[in-house]
Each structure stands twice: as structure tokens, then as C-alpha cells.
Design a protein around this ligand. Sequence first.
Ligand code: PHB
Length: 468
Amino acid sequence: MLEVPTVPSPSVTPQPPAEAVAPLMRGLDVLRSLTAAESGDGTLALADLARTTGLARSTVDRICATLAHLGFVRLDGRDASLAPPLMTVANACLDALRVPGVLGPLADELADELDESVSLAVPDGDGIRFVHQVLRRRALSISFRVGDALPGGGCAPGLVFRDGLSLAVDDQLVERGLVAVAVPVRGPDGSVVCAVSVVSHTSRHAAGELAGAVRGPLETCVRKMEAELNQAPLLDESQRGSGQSPATEDEAPATIQSLARGLRVLTAFDGAHPTLTLTEIAEATGLARATARRALITYEHLGYVTHEDRAFRLTPRVLTLGCAPLSRTTLPRIAAPHLAALSKRLGESVGLSVPDGNRVRCTARVTPRRVMSVDIGVGSRLPAKDTAAGLLLRGDGESAVADGPEAGLRSVAVPVRDRAGRVVSALDVTAHQGRGDDDAWTEALRDTAALIAADLHVTSRFVSVPVH
Ligand code: PHB
């Protein structure tokens, strides 16, 4: 994987103000460390987390227990990993920024037209942060993720912001072979809202020639984007809170309340409420004004929130809280812990499948260890007509039952739907006949499909999540 240079932070960190909430600061530190984990997948051993944050192991354990209770982190033996519901925090930021939601579809069109990667970036401190990515030419995958940052002088969008250029070229600044052209997109008041980049490879375009080759479509795209920003379509209220609401912090005695409460402040913002006053934040979160105020002081100190007069707003730095690793996931990865829990609950083999011609292909499977067990591996392709998953994916029912794929086997399947309600995968249990009750299985499958879908929906709000 490409090494991602980070935006340099000031070498001297100023002392936090007296009113800053220390447990909230520590919790954010843990989330940032998981986000920056070398593996790139948001997982660290608890011991490593103690090392990277400089916190005592007992403190790390307590913070992780609180974050796990909120659904933001998953604890698995000695490891902690970022969990999809944390994406509600990044979504609040992406929604409030409005750039990815309003301009993302136009960036997608440009990528289609040019058959090149296209990204949208906003200024963040001295650097830039990506808020939308459309990847093309996967063989050469340059993989900045939504939420990743680059230094201002080291990439095309950074030069657009730093030097006020109307067109900037990155001739292999970031990586050998990588060339990019970026142009500014201006809001109705003339200020630069974001930069659109077209990213290619020297095998396709030399840097000097890329600008000429893409200029026409890029300029047309920017005009459309600026027109879109001019119309300023604020999202309507019906779109509010389409993420999951995390568990309330008061349920578990061991939770660090000030951390749980402080995190609620971030998700008060959205596309319809990109700025909020203290009173509005207290109202939206149900927090006491004094609690909300101290959380805001903490966030401002850390650069996650700014204010102008009485209007507070999130900064793109909020995307350092989980966005990049969580945005690069797949449906089988999202489903894995839910499949494990279901397999344990039923004591049987459970899995996900997608259509593949007149077959179904298994994309994830968890099979309990026992003497006689179902042997369907990830990647195996079975005739659609012989499996419940296949029947389900061919029709549009709410459940399907089949005897097969071999004599003596029985399977039951239910759909997993995307945000638009389309069936994207089938969740099944497959076992030897006579071992389970179809109705009980169907109910358990539905419970699990709902959990998988909820995680998929929150993750895929601003990024696309492959179903296999
Ligand atoms: C990108 O990956 O989107 C990218 C990389 C380097 C640039 C601009 C964009 O200079």
C-alpha cells in the first residue's frame, strides 16, 4: 500500500484549556490511533493502542469498553477495531461539508467520461483532505481514501489552495508515475470550496499533456458543480439521522459518560445543519448546555470544530475519526462479525452469496466446527436453482427455502438490501435436513440481515461499498 504522508501537525501542542474534557480527548486519541493503524484496516492490539496513545493499559481498556458500548469499536480478544456505526461521525462531517453529497455525482460522471480517477478535496489546516474518490484503472490503484490527507505543497489540490492557482499539475509529487491535474470549484460567494482532481499515470498521460487532454470535460464539470452550489439545495429534514442512533451511554455502568456525551456533539451536525449554535447543539443532543460547551471547547482546541460568532461548524479533521479505514470495506467484511454471531446462535453454517450467471457465488461463510459439517467455501459457485440463496436472488421474495445443493441438505435464505432497497446479497443457513426449524431459522436470519444492512447503509452513505 502507498505510504500516506500526513499533514504535519504543529510541533508544539498548546496546553488544553482548563475546561477541556480530558476523557473525551483520550477517547479521540484512541479513535485517531485506530484510524492511523499501519494495517490500514482500523485494527490494533490493545497493547499497541496503549503504546501509540501513551495511555495506561487500564485507561485504554476503559475507553475501548465505552466505545464498544456505543458500537463505535469492536473488541475481539486482544484487538480493538473500528466498527461501521462510527461512520455516523464521518457522515455528519461529509454531510455538513455538503461537497461530497452535492458534487460527488458530478465527479462520478467526469470519471466515467474520462475513464480516469477523479477526486474531490477540501482544505484542512496546511494541507488537503479527500472527501470523495472515484477510482478507475484498478490495476494501478492509487489508493487515497475518503478521509486521507496530503500536505498542501505536495499534491495538485494542495497547490490550488495554497497558491490560489486556477489549474495545478502534480507531476509525480506524490508518487512516481502518478500525475494529476486539479482545478478549484467556487461557491456562490467566490471562495474556493473544493478542488476537483483528475488522476492518471505516466503510462497514459505525461503531466504536461494531461491538463490539455482533460481540460474541456474538467471545465464543463466545474461549471456544473458551481451551478449546483449556486442552487444551494439544502437537504431536507427527511434525510436527517439516516444513520443508526448509537446506544445511549447511560445503560452501562462502566462507560465513561463524558466521552460518550462528548461524541454526541459531532453527530448533531448534518447537511441541513452545517452550523449550529450552542443552544441548538444542546437541544439536538439532549445534553446540558455546560456539557455541550465543554465538549465544544475540547473540539475547538483539537481542531475538529471552528466557530464564527455563535455559529459552530465541523472541520474536515473530523474525518480522522475512522473515515478512511471504514470507507474501504466490503459487504463480506461488514458482515463477518454478524455471521460469526449467527453461526454461534444457530450452531450451523451461515453465509452470504451474490448472483453469478445461473449460479450463486458464496462471498462469505462461517461454519461451526463439528464432525459432519457443510463444506461450501468462499468463492464456490452453486446452481441457483438448488439453493435457497439462488432462489431468493432470482425472485424478489422475503425468504426462500430449498433442498440442496446436495441430497440431505436444506437451506433457508433472506435478502440483504442496500440503501435504495435493492437486494444485493442473500444471507443463508445451510445444514443437514431435519436439524432445524425453517421458521426459527428465518427469524434468526432476518435479525442478522437487519444488522448487516444497518452497517452497510451507514457505511455506504457517501462511499461505495463493493458487495463482494
Ligand atoms: C488522488 O488520489 O485523488 C490525488 C492524488 C494526487 C494528487 C491529486 C489527487 O495530486
